[in-house]
Design a protein around this ligand. Structure first.
Ligand code: NAI
Length: 464
């Protein structure tokens, strides 16, 4: 089986490894660096800068209370950027090594379909014909922009630009209070940038459970981040010391935010141009490639996975879909539980969620029971110096089946796997209670939140 894969991000390279494990001869075509957006200009570099910014903040704000004296503390942004680049380089070379170890042929070039069994790759050396029995498109996504005057002015950056700034800006207007907006706001405000987030919806991070977003908003505000909600961006103009973003407030009044940099992060769109999709009859809808339950496109020999098919644009979703598509190509019948996708936001405190939010459950008319445990009652959170958050279980009121888990607090992004496993195994609140959770851990607050569904927490006074 000759399998061609377009795109070497976490969707494409994982699909390539899986197909190779199952015996396929795999050729992976990537026009930039292997690792895609996630490794090069997304998840990994962002989290590296978040770690540096949080460490800087912790040294300033927590060293003394932990009995540690430090001299003058300063942030060397250039060194933070170098550390980030080193981590990216190490991971990219690790993935390249995995390609060789799995006997995957990597072609550096731009791929375009010629037919349902042939790809032409344009490389630095010329063009190359790659015949295939099956192909998987994993071409990812690119940042969206707003069609407003001034969106292309110098100083307006999207996430890639925001990750490679040469210096910490004095001020930044972040357009879009989604995941990228909030994570970038977190990095730069902790390094001293005055941040203003402009969001058109009634809240930031609208896909998360509102109750776990609230503590993070408090922290952002304590870090002097301004959040303008239900605010419409009209245009961006050059100003003397940067850029002015003209907005309309919820009451209809016009105002403006002037900042050194403007970060545009209003979502991403599938990267499906110049692949020759129309020419060979692959159906798309508003740029996203349409697929069936097995990730097959309208051309039977060609599959598509990850951000290029729209839906939940997350690296771990792309990898899971890549495994499914590779296995189906190789004659297996894999299945994916696409309603159980953990989402993680790497701020401090961290946010995570899986399954239904309280609002989603109520909108569906479900009869639910909710258990909430505030981390102020959790010893390990107190030790870690972060008790602002909470853990929240959503369960079916009658069967006690777990429907959702949402968290804000230390290690929330690591702990969410308990909720994912619980929902996937159709566990009940009693199942969570029957498992001994280690002490002292932040994790034991998950069991406390489960107790709270029945109003029986151990480390909170009884509810009256
Ligand atoms: P997003 O979809 O998370 O958020 C975009 C935000 O922009 C929304 O809140 C939206 O209401 C707002 N918006 C849209 N138009 C606007 C306008 N005209 N004025 C003001 N606000 C406006 O998209 P984002 O943050 O750009 O992230 C892109 C993708 O990358 C997402 O799919 C996200 O899940 C993924 N990502 C995931 C991360 C993680 O899992 N930790 C980290 C970074 C990105």
């Amino acid at each position: 089986m000759n399998l061609a894969i377009i795109g070497g991000g976490p969707g494409g390279y994982v699909a390539a490894i899986r197909a190779s494990q199952l015996g396929a001869d795999v050729t992976l075509i990537e026009k930039d660096a292997i690792g895609g957006t996630c490794l090069n200009v997304g998840c990994i570099p962002t989290k590296s800068l978040i770690h540096s910014a949080d460490l800087y903040h912790a040294i300033i704000h927590e060293a003394a209370s932990n009995g540690i004296s430090v001299g003058e503390v300063s942030a060397d942004f250039d060194a933070m950027q170098k550390r980030k680049a080193k981590i990216v380089k190490k991971l990219v070379s690790g993935v390249s090594g995995l390609m060789s170890a799995n006997r995957i042929t990597v072609v550096k070039g731009s791929a375009k379909f010629q037919s349902a069994s042939l790809i032409k790759a344009t490389t630095a050396e010329g063009s190359l014909e790659i015949p295939f029995d099956k192909a998987i498109i994993a071409s990812g996504s690119v940042p969206s922009s707003l069609p407003i005057p001034g969106a292309d002015l110098e100083g307006v950056v999207e996430s890639t630009g925001a990750l490679s700034l040469e210096a910490v800006p004095a001020s930044m207007c972040v357009i879009g209070g989604g995941v990228i907006g909030v994570e970038m706001a977190h990095i730069y405000c902790r390094l001293g940038t005055k941040i203003t987030i402009v969001e058109m919806l009634p809240d930031i991070l609208m896909t998360q459970d509102a109750e776990v977003v609230a503590p993070l908003k408090k922290v952002l505000k304590a870090d002097k981040t301004d959040i303008l909600l239900e605010t419409k961006v009209n245009r961006i103009e050059k100003a003397e010391n940067g850029l002015t973003v003209h907005v309309t407030a919820p009451d209809g009044s016009e105002s403006s935010v002037t900042a050194e940099k403007v970060l545009m992060c209003v979502g991403r769109r599938p990267a499906t141009e110049n692949l020759g999709l129309d020419e060979i009859g692959i159906a798309t809808e508003r740029r996203r490639i349409l697929v069936d339950a097995h990730y097959r496109t309208s051309v039977e020999s060609i599959y598509a996975i990850g951000d290029c098919i729209g839906g939940i644009m997350l690296a771990h979703v792309a990898s899971a879909e890549g495994v499914c598509a590779a296995e189906h190509c190789m004659g297996l019948e894999p299945s994916l539980q696409m309603d159980i996708v953990p989402s993680c936001i790497y701020t401090s405190p961290e946010l995570s969620g899986v399954g239904l939010t309280e609002k989603e459950a109520l909108t569906r008319g479900l009869d639910i029971a909710v258990g909430v445990f505030p981390l102020m009652g959790n010893g390990k959170s107190l030790i870690l110096g972060d008790t602002t958050g909470l853990v929240k279980y959503i369960a079916d009121k009658n069967t006690h089946k777990i429907l959702g888990l949402h968290m804000c607090g230390p290690n929330a992004t690591e702990l969410i796997v308990e909720g994912a496993l619980a929902i996937s195994k159709k566990a009940t609140v009693e199942d969570i209670l029957s498992v001994i959770h280690a002490h002292p851990t932040v994790g034991e607050s998950l069991q406390e939140a489960a107790h709270s569904v029945f109003g029986n927490c151990f480390h909170m006074p009884p509810r009256r």
